[in-house]
Design a protein around this ligand. Structure first.
Ligand code: ADP
Ligand code: MG
Length: 157
């Protein structure tokens, strides 16, 4: 399985990479964000939104679980952390198979509801402002997407 890995040394750098990805994503793309609290999942989503041309400020959808933003295509931002106990289906498919791109923080908590083909993005603390970012594409579409992203000269492995 192809795995793409890079490192960032500041939130701005994480935003920059996510912004590039935001320019490449298409309708019905599903990105899963994994990583401990403070790893940078929401920061990554802010960058993705920037790349999609979202004007509103992106924050953690703590109370809503799902927030929708208008951009080049809609961005559906889910943070399913609070579903840990309930494992409830909130009609996720409406988003996954809708007209936009979906980002899911803590996606493993809704494992049963996720599409088969996804781009999994894991963020790891590496001290101070450093993070490791591991992209694991599942499906041809996401392998191509990762190749396109990592072909960009500003991203080093
Ligand atoms: P999560 O959503 O994973 O809980 P957040 O994105 O809300 O994490 O928070 C990440 C925090 O870590 C922010 O305060 C951000 O400024 C900081 N940070 C420091 N270095 C980085 C980095 N390289 N990438 C992303 N965030 C970073
Ligand atoms: Mg978050």
């Amino acid at each position: 399985m192809a795995v793409f890995e890079t490192h960032t040394s500041s939130p701005e750098e994480t935003i920059q990479i996510a912004e590039l990805l935001g320019k490449l994503v298409q309708e019905q793309d599903v990105l899963l964000l994994e990583g401990d609290l403070g790893a940078g999942k929401t920061t990554f989503t802010k960058g993705l939104a920037k790349g999609l041309g979202v004007k509103r400020v992106v924050n953690s959808p703590t109370f809503n679980i799902i927030k929708e933003y208008k951009g080049r295509i809609p961005l559906y931002h889910m943070d399913v952390y609070r579903l840990e106990e309930s494992d409830e289906d909130l009609g996720f498919d409406e988003y996954f198979y809708g007209n936009g791109v979906t980002v899911v923080e803590w996606a493993h908590l809704i494992q049963d509801y996720l599409p088969e083909q996804v781009l999994k993005i894991s963020l790891f603390h590496e001290g101070d402002g450093n993070r490791k970012m591991v992209l694991q594409p599942v499906g041809e579409r996401y392998i191509e997407l990762c190749k396109e992203l990592f072909n960009h000269e500003s991203i080093g492995y």
